[in-house]
Design a protein around this ligand. Structure first.
Ligand code: PAF
Length: 257
């Protein structure tokens, strides 16, 4: 039976009494769970004696109110999926409990967070890093699981854990995709059936375009509003808007450099 813990205090009591010295896997989420999240949960269940999932729709990381309002809030559905997998606890606090300071205190990074997603979503990574810091401190887990779909987020979280000596192992998990290649995302629910089909081109173009400029042009021609495509080391990262829905993805670079 999955315990639902609504406050930091309730989580901490559960952590002390029901986990103790057992290994604990922790998966931070904002809800709207899809197969990508469930894959993180399955991996955590295989690698730890106890598993907790947080469901907290973190408003500080949304730079557009509209985006926050449209995020799928489907707690009962999420809980059912987690119970079916055998998750031990779901931590689902309210804003006031997570932000007793009303977001006066922030964690920020000054280089990578200003680029790509950070450039297009001002303040986004301050919100992400601040809430992940809170979740990792409260979560007090052996391992925390993050998807590679949010590549920049993953690098920033790893950097923060190193910078602040947080005693948790960050486990990176490969992006889970639809058969079409489209990366799983809670936002995909907002696309029409035609949009879902068209969205598959995003991943294909990232994989095959000759260079950043060619990818931008091909995405535009395929009906997307591309925000950026950037080649960084062995990754190609991109963000597009389709039917008013913002999608991000990243792929291993296969083209000649
Ligand atoms: O990747 C997400 O869903 C969120 O950014 C996270 C890590 C749960 C923080 O709110």
């Amino acid at each position: 039976m999955t315990q639902v813990l609504r406050t930091v205090g309730a989580y901490r009591s559960w952590r002390k009494e029901s986990v103790g010295t057992a290994s604990l896997g922790f998966i931070p989420t904002m809800g709207g769970l899809h197969a990508g999240h469930l894959d993180l949960v399955k991996r955590a269940l295989a690698e730890n004696e106890r598993v907790a999932v947080s469901i907290f729709l973190n408003r500080t990381q949304f730079n557009k109110q509209e985006d926050f309002d449209k995020y799928p809030a489907v707690f009962a559905e999420d809980l059912q999926a987690l119970e079916a997998l055998g998750v031990d606890a779901v931590f689902a606090p309210e804003y006031d409990d997570m932000y007793p300071d009303d977001y006066r205190y922030k964690v920020s990074e000054s280089q990578l967070s200003a680029e790509l997603e950070g450039e297009h979503r001002p303040g986004h990574f301050d919100g992400v890093l601040t809430v992940v810091m809170k979740l990792l401190v409260v979560g007090d887990a052996t391992r925390a699981y993050f998807g590679e779909k949010d590549w920049q987020q993953l690098q920033l979280v790893k950097g923060m854990v190193n910078a602040f000596f947080l005693p948790v192992e960050i486990v990176a998990c490969p992006t889970i995709r639809e058969a079409s290649g489209l990366a799983m995302s809670s936002r995909n629910r907002r696309l029409s059936p035609e949009g879902l089909q068209q969205a598959a081109r995003f991943n294909q173009i990232l994989n095959t375009a000759e260079n950043e400029a060619a990818a931008m042009a091909e995405l535009k021609a395929a009906g997307f509003e591309p925000e950026y495509v950037a080649d960084r080391g062995d990754r190609r990262l991109g963000a597009v808007v389709l039917e008013g829905v913002r999608l991000i993805d990243n792929v291993e670079r296969k083209v000649a450099r």
